[in-house]
Design a protein around this ligand. Structure first.
Ligand SMILES: Cc1cc2nc3c(=O)[nH]c(=O)nc-3n(C[C@H](O)[C@H](O)[C@H](O)COP(=O)(O)OP(=O)(O)OC[C@H]3O[C@@H](n4cnc5c(N)ncnc54)[C@H](O)[C@@H]3O)c2cc1C
Length: 397
């Protein structure tokens, strides 16, 4: 069976490996010129801790040994479901029996005046990171728009390279989707002290000023942040244009069933471009789990993708923060353990006697314990009093 995998990110590459291992004839097309690489580790290149070759996850020998025909710099521009062919940007026609769309997401760019000036960057691909790295030297003033996981990671890495970084965030505390206000305040304080980051929060960006290059970021409250670079880290949008043009059902992502089949059963979709039961994933673990399910479907097995609660951890060394599940839901009870002078804080949310969300700050060793309670949906009524103290105290109780 000829399988065409479109997109050589973690999801596409994993599915290609599994399909090839099952004896299928696999072609993996990636729009980026590089060999498949570890996108999650891009911060190491941005901070200067690593160079791009260190991030390569699948070199030519590994792909060849796996039996995968890899085509870098090959963007698929059209998919014809009826004739089972794909067209590349160079006009070639690639026939397939099954296709797997794994086109991931594109970084969003705010449509601000000045957004097309040289010096305005996003943080998604190795190409983005190399462009940023070339532009930053000691003392470069950078405004990072977006205080979510990626914005903070970019800000910390740029600061490590000697840049003077201000994070501009629309909400009053960073990572508001993963942290409650108290944990967010601790994080902002620690990032300020340990990483020399400044914050403008809550603040809305209004325009990027400059004629030939970025000079300043103007905020809606009238403030003007002089800067040499702007990094937009304001979220991603699933890459679904190819699927939409092919007539597949799309909502936010490409709509798939539990077996990762799109509305055309011979076309599967996985990773950040797929939408399963109304949810589009934004993390690598679910993207890889979808790839495993799709590979099983290709092998003709009855496979079902079972999502687990999302978790989030900031990859800034020396800062331990973790969260999972629902954060600050209105209809849940909360238990808080706060020792902020020691930099430790925990907040857990329970509904119907079950743990449904958790934030850990300062000590994240118990993250797997809380995650398993959430994933199993266990009744925690009997251990409730000791719950915020973590696993060690459950054993002692
Ligand atoms: C800097 C950074 C740090 C991150 N850190 C974490 C982390 O710590 N933990 C975590 O869980 N997640 C993290 N993520 C998110 C994680 O990288 C993604 O969830 C994961 O990469 C999704 O995999 P994917 O294969 O679905 O999509 P992608 O990785 O986006 O790969 C899709 C690939 O398809 C290619 N493509 C698109 N259209 C076409 C086309 N028409 N033809 C051919 N190829 C195409 C794209 O160029 C891209 O290479 C991070 C992301 C970034 C950017």
């Amino acid at each position: 069976m000829r399988v065409l995998v479109i997109g050589a990110g973690p999801a596409g590459t994993r599915c290609a490996e599994r399909a090839a291992a099952a004896g299928m004839s696999v072609t993996l097309c990636g729009a980026e010129p590089a060999l498949p690489y570890d996108r999650v580790a891009l911060g190491k290149v941005l901070s200067g801790q690593a160079d791009p070759p260190a991030l390569i996850s699948h070199d030519a020998a590994r792909l060849c040994h796996a039996g995968i025909t890899y085509r870098p710099a090959t963007r698929i521009t059209a998919l014809d479901v009826a004739s089972r062919t794909a067209t590349t940007a160079r006009g070639e026609t690639l026939p397939f029996d099954r296709a797997v769309i794994a086109t991931g997401s594109d970084a969003l760019r705010l449509p601000l005046p000045g957004a097309d000036l040289p010096g305005v960057h996003v943080y998604r691909s190795i190409g983005d990171v190399l462009a940023l790295r070339r532009s930053v030297t000691t003392g470069t003033r950078v405004a990072v728009i977006g205080g979510g996981l990626l914005g903070l990671e970019a800000a910390a890495c740029l600061s490590q390279r000697g840049a003077r970084v201000t994070v501009v965030h629309a909400v009053g505390w960073p990572m508001e989707r993963q942290l409650d206000p108290a944990a967010g305040a601790l994080l902002a304080k620690q990032l300020g002290a340990a990483r020399r980051l400044s914050f403008a929060m809550p603040a809305k960006s209004e325009a990027i000023e400059g004629e030939t290059h970025v000079r300043a970021l103007r905020l809606a409250d009238g403030r003007r942040l002089p800067c040499d670079l702007v990094v937009m880290a304001v979220g991603v949008r699933p890459s679904i244009a190819l699927a939409r043009a092919a007539g597949l059902d799309v909502a936010r992502g490409i709509v798939v069933d539990d077996a990762m089949r799109s509305s055309a059963p011979e076309i599967l979709a996985i990773g950040e471009c797929a939408e399963h039961r109304g949810v589009v994933c934004g993390l690598v673990a679910p993207a890889l789990a979808m790839a495993e399910t799709a590979a099983a479907t290709l092998r003709g097995e009855a496979a079902t993708y079972a999502p687990r609660p999302d978790t989030a951890a900031l990859k800034v060394s020396g800062i331990d923060v973790w969260s999972a599940g629902e954060i600050e839901p209105a209809d849940a009870e909360a238990i808080t353990l706060s020792d902020t002078s020691a930099g430790r804080y925990r907040r857990l949310w329970l509904r119907g006697g079950r743990l449904i969300g958790a934030v850990l700050y300062g000590d994240t060793a118990d993250a797997p314990f809380y995650l398993s309670l959430m994933a199993d949906g266990r009744d925690v009524g009997a251990i409730r009093a000791m719950l915020p103290f973590g696993l060690a105290f459950q054993d002692a109780a």
